[in-house]
Design a protein around this ligand. Structure first.
Ligand code: PAF
Length: 282
């Protein structure tokens, strides 16, 4: 595996591979890699000739500067994991390399980006669109891999790809990887206190119980209220939002029938000061 720090060098490698007719799989990450990332990388490895993994904590998607400061950074361990997964190129640029000039682009992402994370974290999805559009242009991937834990992010990236004309590129969504007790893997989990870590699996427990509630005839509005109340009843957990939305449009639904593309419940919970997200398909 080669570690690449400059855009010019990345472009040179991928252009050569493209000319040779090779397929390129890109896995964009912000590092602090865990088994969830590993599953994306392994899938990219199986499906492509060349695998590029970017490790870049993107400042433009953080609307909270403390969150950016405390975001875990584990470059050496990341490189080791990527080497172990048989990655060809680990792209680890500096902020100046990715943003030689301030990125002032504003993407017309529309309704998919206006609800949930979009409403709670103003500017977040525009920042994601900025960095991912740069990565797509730099790495010229055949396929790009994203985890379904960030369910809404995938819809936003699909919208950005449509707006920017990345029509040839396949966006591959990959299932959430969980701890044995159900907690969705996240780079933020390392920041949980021992008590917080004990409380966290309740998020998944409550979401799974909500499948039964739907089966028993409860409406999305009733399920939403129940999920929120049950999570908030756990010591240390506070729900920021729980929405039941259409799986493609991300728009909240009042009835199950309204979710023409299937319904997904998306939750954000504060576990102490750690913000965790998860989701479930109904
Ligand atoms: O999901 C993430 O880790 C980030 O939002 C991404 C897609 C790598 C862009 O910085």
């Amino acid at each position: 595996m080669e570690i690449i720090n400059t855009v010019a060098s990345l472009k040179e490698k991928v252009e050569k591979a493209r000319k040779e007719g090779k397929t390129i799989g890109l896995v964009p990450t912000m590092g602090a890699l865990h088994a969830g990332h590993r599953s994306l990388v392994e899938r990219a490895r199986k499906e492509n000739d060349i695998v590029v993994v970017s490790v870049f904590v993107n400042p433009t998607q953080f609307n909270n500067q403390d969150d950016l400061k405390t975001y875990p950074r584990t470059e050496e361990a990341d490189a080791e994991m990527l080497r172990d997964c048989g990655v060809d190129y680990a792209f680890m640029p500096s902020v100046a390399e990715m943003y030689p000039e301030k990125d002032t682009r504003v993407f017309a992402l529309g309704p998919v980006a206006e609800v949930m994370e979009g409403a709670m974290r103003p500017g977040h999805f525009n920042g994601v669109a900025q960095v991912v559009s740069k990565l797509f242009a730099m790495a010229q991937p055949t396929r790009a891999y994203f985890g379904e834990k960030d369910f809404q992010q995938i819809a936003v990236i699909r919208k950005m790809a449509e707006l920017e004309g990345f029509t040839e590129l396949e966006i591959v969504d990959c299932p959430i990887v969980r701890e044995p007790d159900g907690l969705a893997l996240s780079s933020r989990n390392v920041r949980l206190t021992p008590e917080g870590r004990k409380a966290a699996p309740n998020i998944r427990r409550v979401l799974v119980e909500s499948l039964d509630e739907k089966a028993r005839g409860m409406s999305p509005v009733e399920v939403k209220a129940s999920v929120k109340a049950k999570i908030d009843a756990v010591d240390g957990l506070t729900t920021e939002y729980y929405e039941i939305v259409d799986a493609l449009t991300m728009q909240p639904v009042a009835t199950w029938a309204e979710a023409e593309n299937g319904a997904v419940g998306c939750v954000t919970v504060y576990d102490g000061d750690v913000r965790l997200i998860d989701n479930i398909r109904y």
